[in-house]
Design a protein around this ligand. Structure first.
Ligand SMILES: Nc1ncnc2c1ncn2[C@@H]1O[C@H](COP(=O)(O)OP(=O)(O)OP(=O)(O)O)[C@@H](O)[C@H]1O
Length: 220
């Protein structure tokens, strides 16, 4: 069992202090849902944890290892950004084989919605198909902790349920931190829900707390 510990993060942009009071822990086996209004800093926080952008202050540790930058996260953390990352001219089957170990690569290739796409290049895919493949590559990647920014964005409902089932299966030996705009996607899968509000994190135990912090309207 491993533990990802995130704390003391301070991020300042020229016009505002974005993050001041972040505390998140994620163990193997946990799926942490990270919610927050538009602009609350969810993507920025994931990038800071991964190490791809700097922060004025941060403390990120996995077990005994303190992670200071991207180089330290190799094989420990994988991160799926909001933007596409598949190479345009490489076949899907090649990308999957390059990205994942054999056993997990076979799982992705045998998934019924991916099989028809294997011989296409990523340029020949729709944006939803690209996103689906990217999400699976990250979910099945060989890292202890997986950070995913909006995995369900642009994905059809039938695939969403499959992705959730795959995340649950993979979370048996990995930890996940997942953001989404639709809290229902997150509450259906998260074992712990965190709300980013006014630069800090609040652990959420029920929907009323989301109303209390003004994340969802009082009548929802
Ligand atoms: N490089 C930057 N320079 C200045 N401000 C930035 C920069 N990157 C992000 N921001 C600002 O920081 C805030 C948080 O952005 P971020 O993308 O982390 O929010 P988010 O919670 O992921 O938003 P959304 O839910 O809309 O995707 C926003 O107000 C954004 O405009």
């Amino acid at each position: 069992m491993s533990l990802l510990h995130i704390d003391s993060i301070r991020k300042i942009f020229p016009d505002k202090q974005l993050l001041t009071d972040v505390f998140i822990t994620c163990k193997s086996g946990e799926i942490v849902g990270l919610l927050g209004r538009n602009g609350s800093g969810k993507s920025t926080l994931l990038k800071i944890i991964f190490g791809s952008i700097p922060a004025e202050n941060k403390f990120v540790r996995i077990d005994e290892k303190v992670l200071k930058g991207v180089a330290d996260t190799r094989n420990l953390i994988k991160y799926l950004p909001q933007d596409n990352f598949l190479p345009d001219h490489t076949k899907v089957k090649t990308i999957i084989s390059l990205f994942c170990h054999k056993k997990n690569a076979e799982k992705i290739k045998n998934y019924s919605h991916i099989r028809p796409l294997l011989n296409r290049t990523s340029k020949q895919l729709s944006s939803g198909e690209k996103r689906l493949i990217e999400v699976l590559l990250i979910v099945f990647s060989n890292a202890k902790f997986i950070l995913i920014d909006e995995p369900f964005n642009g994905i059809a409902p039938v695939y969403k349920d499959d992705i959730k089932a795959m995340i649950r299966e993979q979370s048996e030996h990995k930890g996940f931190i997942i953001t989404d705009h639709d809290y229902k996607n997150i509450t259906g899968i998260a074992t712990k829900t965190i709300l980013l509000h006014d630069g800090g994190t609040k652990q959420i135990s029920d929907k009323d707390e989301l109303k209390h912090w003004g994340y969802i309207p009082g009548t929802a």
